[in-house]
Design a protein around this ligand. Sequence first.
Ligand code: NAP
Length: 320
Amino acid sequence: MSKTIAIVGATGAQGGSVARAFLKLDGWKVRAITRNTGSDNAKKLASEGAEVVSANTDDEASLVKAFEGATAVFAVTNFWEHLFTGSSPAESGEKEAEQAKKLARAASHTSSLEHYVWSTLPSAKGATNGKFPVPHLDYKAEVDEWIRSDLPDLHAKTTYLVLGFYPNNFVNFPNLKPFELPASWGKWVQILPTSPKAVIPVSGDINVTPGLWTRQIITNPELTKGQYVDIAPETLSFGEMLKIYGEVTGRQTAFIQTSVEDFTGVWGAPGKELADQFVFGEQFTDGWGSASTLSKEDLGIKDDEWPGFRQTLESFKDQL
Ligand SMILES: NC(=O)c1ccc[n+]([C@@H]2O[C@H](COP(=O)([O-])OP(=O)(O)OC[C@H]3O[C@@H](n4cnc5c(N)ncnc54)[C@H](OP(=O)(O)O)[C@@H]3O)[C@@H](O)[C@H]2O)c1
């Protein structure tokens, strides 16, 4: 009998990649969860063979129903939707944590559940003794702690999945996308509140890697339950990423380092949130260094299976 994976965020980047991976995996059925079953992405998932159901992470009862009979659940929350719709960083974090707790409680009420994969991030506050709080990291990490303390049975079935910086941000994230600076003789610039030498863990193509990693997590439960797994197969500096962008696009590039204050002045709350993350990241010269995580080698993921930063940019060159 086939097993079912219920996927929160299936119409988005992370969940979409998980849905595509499990639609191809023998013995599995995909249940895609969305607020809007009539959206183009939801209809596409249905046409590819997914069962598309309606639920909302603000409504725990809808999640309990959507998870019924599922063997596995992939769960992600979207901090940025709250921030881009007017909530402050702290309010966005609180809303995100509330949704994440509803997801976890609903999973803990699912009697058929064998594996819960929760997309989280490391605590900046925790790693810096409270010196550099970053709400879109910290509130997710607080939910990890809450699952461990308040839902120990769920913790025993949980894999905590930590994503790196998406290469896809070079297309999708307005304040990270390089742009042509007028009167600069054709230079494409990235203006960021960080040193170009600062490094960051990078996730590989977000349309592929969460699915590949989740497939390996769920098919190796004895290794992965109760554990942290990083999707950060590369660590790159911001300068290196822009250089690769220049090579892929054939454009001249320039990195301009600006202050947190000036970046926030232009981009408002989302700018401040990103700037805080970059300032936190500058504390770690080898990347964020999350504790005792399982590597891609531990999971049996081969290097020719995941599209890295350069390959990802090449695959959507026309959108850069
Ligand atoms: N950008 C990066 O470099 C990066 C790196 C690491 C981690 N992250 C984290 O990634 C998360 C976002 O994930 P993503 O990139 O996959 O987002 P995304 O592509 O914007 O998709 C968001 C998904 O969440 C679903 N969703 C949002 N609110 C919902 C609700 N109330 N009920 C049910 N579903 C809801 C949406 O479904 P419908 O709209 O169809 O309902 C959609 O499928 C953020 O929390 C961010 O911090 C980002």
